[in-house]
Design a protein around this ligand. Structure first.
Ligand code: PTJ
Length: 250
């Protein structure tokens, strides 16, 4: 159930996003646990000023350069990602030539089908994940199930809102792993090759614009990849959170 949110409400965008997730749960697309995960993300976004901080932009540029340089690339989509950013996934996949694959932690065939249908309805021509044909080694939960044509054979994988387990397993497979996770302390952010600490929709939109800028520019691609250092970048993010907290204490 949700109340009509007036546009004048100071937290309008945040409330609308929550409503989308609640409706996604009611429609069987978002796992109930996705609401909890969103709340954690929101808290970190608040601490970062609800904006794409310079470190996030640097990581997004590096991540886009990896996507554009990859031999075979894939974007993994779960329930939260589909409901919050189906169009942004479509736009980035198109410009980067990436495959799109549904991969769920709380997997049921109904949820997979609903999410595939949603992604197809926004114009993604081929959505993988409904018929997994291979398993990611070292994982015991349903996220191990994937498609040979997509995530399994990709050398660069974008995993928004992921659990740390699979991020580590994909890294062990030698892939370039790009995470989008507002929690800079998560195992996912620490296991990724490039850890984007930014809100999902903002991050995907920024990456799509970077792709337009970097495409066909081999020197810029190389510079963006080589100039990024995950540990330094995450340290910068934590420094910003600390500064924001200190500033708010007056
Ligand atoms: O759809 P399913 O079944 O695959 O399940 C999806 C969830 C998200 C429930 C599942 O992957 C999960 O439990 O994820 P975690 O381990 O809670 O990790 C999600 C991470 O995403 C958390 O660290 C949050 O801080 C972060 N997060 C949540 N919402 C956003 C976000 N980061 C960026 N943008 C968001 N909108």
């Amino acid at each position: 159930m949700s109340t009509e949110v007036p546009k004048s409400h100071p937290r309008y965008r945040s409330l609308i996003t929550r409503d989308k997730l609640v409706k996604g749960c009611e429609a069987g697309l978002v796992a109930w646990q996705g609401l909890v995960a969103h709340g954690r993300g929101e808290a970190f976004d608040y601490l970062l000023g609800e904006t794409s901080v310079p470190e996030a932009l640097e990581a997004e540029r590096a991540a886009t350069a990896h996507l554009l340089s990859g031999r075979r690339t894939a974007i993994s989509v779960n329930g939260n990602v589909a409901v919050l950013a189906a169009e942004e996934v479509r736009d980035l996949a198109k410009v980067a030539g990436a495959r799109v694959e549904v991969n769920l932690f709380h997997r049921t065939e109904e949820r997979v089908k609903g999410i595939v249908d949603l992604l197809t309805s926004v114009g993604i021509p081929k959505v993988l994940g409904a018929r997994p044909d291979v398993e990611i080694p070292g994982l015991d939960h349903p996220r191990r199930l994937c498609s040979k044509e997509g995530i399994f054979s990709a050398d660069v994988v974008l995993i928004p809102l992921e659990d740390g387990d699979r991020a580590e397993a994909l890294s062990r497979m030698g892939k370039v792993v790009i995470s989008i996770d507002l929690n800079p302390l998560s195992r996912t952010s620490r296991a990724a090759t490039v850890a984007i600490v930014d809100e999902l929709s903002r991050a995907l939109k920024n990456m799509t614009s970077f792709a337009g800028e970097l495409k066909g520019q081999p020197e810029s691609l190389q510079k963006a990849v080589e100039g990024y250092d995950r540990v330094r970048n995450l340290g910068g993010i934590l420094g910003r959170i600390q500064d924001n907290l200190e500033a708010s204490m007056g």
